[in-house]
Design a protein around this ligand. Structure first.
Ligand SMILES: Nc1ncnc2c1ncn2[C@@H]1O[C@H](COP(=O)(O)OP(=O)(O)OP(=O)(O)O)[C@@H](O)[C@H]1O
Length: 359
């Protein structure tokens, strides 16, 4: 089922102060897509999710489920399920009783109910644990029960509110792959809230980056990482270096940027509407910098401040002539000559990896 948020805005008023929690959120989520709302604390992710679920009514705008306006429908009439960070399982019920709890209201016959429970325990990987209570399960298993309990109701849309926050780092990694597998297998339209950018990158079809209630960018994980539309997105997703300068000339998708503080020119890719004379920044990921020139057309020189050998890669910090610190990561260090701390070194980058945006 498709989900559309049309110019959704939510303003909270408490003690005479207005907070714009969500500002003009406008996006269609197509059937079977997993869309992640990503952003720092307080950016409006949970409020957006609660508006979709029906726990909040937007101040302006509409929510459409398969074309039907559900903006003012209560949660129980939307056929939407939510998976919470806290699992919200019934502690005194077994796995299968937890899963079938909502089904009881549907008055299904015994064999249909049994079949559905078996399908769910198979799907989420809980076979053999049907008779256990939540306190006899690990955190990851409890979250699987919560997921099964949501899916068994065959909702049109599944919402996830930071579902992995209570799990340790290793389990989070495996569970996010599991959630993605299950979501794709069932082909259910999903909205997922997280503040963890790696989690968002690894499970999403589309990421919505939010800040201060505003949508900063909507795009695929690749676009959000490699083609950020503004400094906030570039900085929030992964590590980044910024080189500030001015547009000297534009030729197709190539932009020549001159940096007066470095006394150099660089060629990058046009990342927005730019004109000669515009103040811009080059977005440069640490791994785009290389100690080998090959056919890369840009070069930066600076003093090596730090050099950390990490086996598969090497991280360094370089001080540029304008005093700014550049972070670089190079791979396959065994084949390389090692830079010397305190000495000057050159690092190269391609036009493709230099994404030029408005400053
Ligand atoms: N009921 C409320 N009354 C007043 N302000 C609220 C209410 N709920 C949320 N807010 C405010 O709206 C803004 C967005 O909150 P929201 O909970 O949606 O953010 P979030 O991105 O989910 O944050 P977190 O990651 O910390 O959960 C915040 O400034 C918050 O203080």
């Amino acid at each position: 089922m498709s989900l559309i948020l049309k110019n959704v805005r939510k303003v909270f008023t408490s003690y005479g102060t207005e907070t714009v929690a969500v500002d003009d959120f406008d996006q269609e989520i197509r059937r079977g897509q997993l869309v992640t709302l990503l952003g720092p604390s307080g950016c409006g992710k949970t409020t957006t999710l609660r508006i979709i679920a029906g726990f909040e009514v937007p101040t302006n705008g509409r929510v459409l489920l398969d074309g039907k306006d559900v903006t003012n429908l209560p949660p129980n009439r939307r056929n939407i399920s939510m998976v919470f960070q806290s699992y919200a399982l019934f502690p005194h019920l077994t796995v299968e009783e937890n899963i079938s709890f909502g089904l009881k209201l549907k008055r299904l016959d015994r064999s249909t109910m049994k079949k559905k429970i078996r399908e769910m325990t198979d799907l989420v990987g809980l076979k053999g644990l049907e008779k256990r209570r939540p306190d006899q399960l690990s955190g990851g298993q409890q979250q699987r029960v919560a997921l099964a309990r949501s899916l068994v109701m065959e909702p049109s849309v599944l919402l996830f509110d930071e579902p992995l926050s209570n799990l340790d780092a290793k389990l989070r990694e495996s569970m996010r792959l599991e959630i993605r597998r299950i979501q794709q297998e069932v082909n259910i339209t999903s909205v997922y809230v997280t503040h963890d950018q790696v989690e968002a990158m690894s499970i999403s079809d589309i990421i919505v980056v939010m800040n201060d209630g505003k949508v900063m960018q909507i795009g695929s994980p690749f676009d959000i990482y490699a083609r950020p539309q503004n400094s906030f997105v570039a900085d929030f997703i992964g590590r980044v270096n910024f080189i500030d300068g001015e547009v000297e000339s534009i030729n197709g998708d190539s932009v020549t940027v001159s940096s007066s503080s470095l006394g150099k020119k660089f060629v990058g890719r046009k990342g927005g509407e730019l004109s000669p004379g515009d103040g811009v920044r080059i977005v440069l990921r640490p791994e785009s910098l290389s100690d080998r020139e090959e056919d890369k057309i840009n070069v930066l020189s600076g003093k090596v401040l730090k050099y950390v050998f990490l086996g598969s890669n090497v991280e360094y910090e370089i001080e540029l002539p304008d005093g700014k610190i550049l972070n670089a990561v190079t791979f396959n260090p065994i084949e390389r000559k090692f830079p010397v701390v305190g000495k000057e070194t050159d690092l190269y980058f391609s036009k493709e990896s230099a994404w030029v945006i408005n400053n």
